[in-house]
Design a protein around this ligand. Sequence first.
Ligand SMILES: Cc1ncc(COP(=O)(O)O)c(C=O)c1O
Length: 400
Amino acid sequence: MSKFNFDKETTREGTYSIQYEGTEPLFGRTGLAPFWIADMDIETPEAITEAMKKRLDNGIFGYTIWKNSKFYGPVKQWWKSRYDVDLTDDMITYAPSVLYTVSEAVRLHSDKGDGVILNMPTYNAFLKVLKGNDRKVVPCSLIEEDNEYAFDFEHFEELCRAPENKVFVHCNPHNPTGKVWSREDLQKMKDICLRNDVFFISDEIHMDFVRPKEKFVSMAELMDEGDPIIVTTGLGKTFNLASIPHSYFITKNKELRNKIVYEYDHRYNVGTANSLVLAAIDAAYTDCGEWVDELNDHLEGNFDYIEEYINEHLSEYLSFKKPESTYLAWISFEKCGIEDAEMHKALVDLGGIAVSPGHIYDIADNGRFRMNVASSRMRIESGMERIHKTIEKLKEDGRI
Ligand SMILES: Cc1ncc(COP(=O)(O)O)c(C=O)c1O
């Protein structure tokens, strides 16, 4: 019997949420059911909101120090209890956001015009910030077979050998495919990077979402003293805190840590902590492990529902493999034999659903869309009906 109700109806009315209020400007239509940006239609656990309220009651939100036991302690305890990783205070550094750290680490380890290796498909904001920092995106496509993704080590090593490629930005677990990388895979990636003097950035923001049979392994576990490796993560996804900006990174490379801290203190003057998030981190990492476990069970149920729905009604047109992690369903419509742009338009115009088109995560069309399943089952059911309706209408019109 679940202690928490993940099917509770929620509202974002009046909150200026991108998921709802940002849908019409982006998709060009009203009345769409949104399943695109990666935040949840699930309330943050009460233990966290209560801790934030308590902090609010103090009424003073002046500049705040993150170097304290109420930050380090809960982070170390979470990593030990959930991933059996022993962290020490000096390995953990607070930073304004995950992508802030990715960009800063890229800037510190490459120059304008240098190559940064990214797997394809990739989290789309990596593409954005590399462009914004005048770095060259160097694609290393994952090998896909029947919706299973694998790392192309041969191609990767070839790319790492090129002296102009200076950094690898890895995503583990992987957005959008949900792939959880094995220890062996991670060790191989690390060895190749070290052999070729390529800096390794591991974005692990989706780490807490794992299907029951999967085990997340962090790059933090494979780090040795001084390694040119940084892990960046936060609580934004796990506890639905995306609008309360924060993150932290883990490294055993003192020089790198000092440089990033220097940059954010001296270049941007953003070296103080968000006071509300410190309260949230303490409550989340101390009291909300059970909530995360039950949330994962709920997500597993949503993925099962989608899998069964597709098998029962849409298997001629769609294919889907349950992701090993994340709350993102990566659904293939390759069987439809339709252009990507036509399908994405049909989902909006005929189905009334806003999902993320696969090509935004790639350098080419890939016959897929990404659907956020972090909602009540009822919302997922209505989303699947909209997808079904899209396919039926395309069939009726002889377009598939
Ligand atoms: C892989 C990945 N990294 C980072 C982020 C965002 O992190 P932040 O807002 O802290 O930059 C997301 C959000 O979707 C993500 O999927």
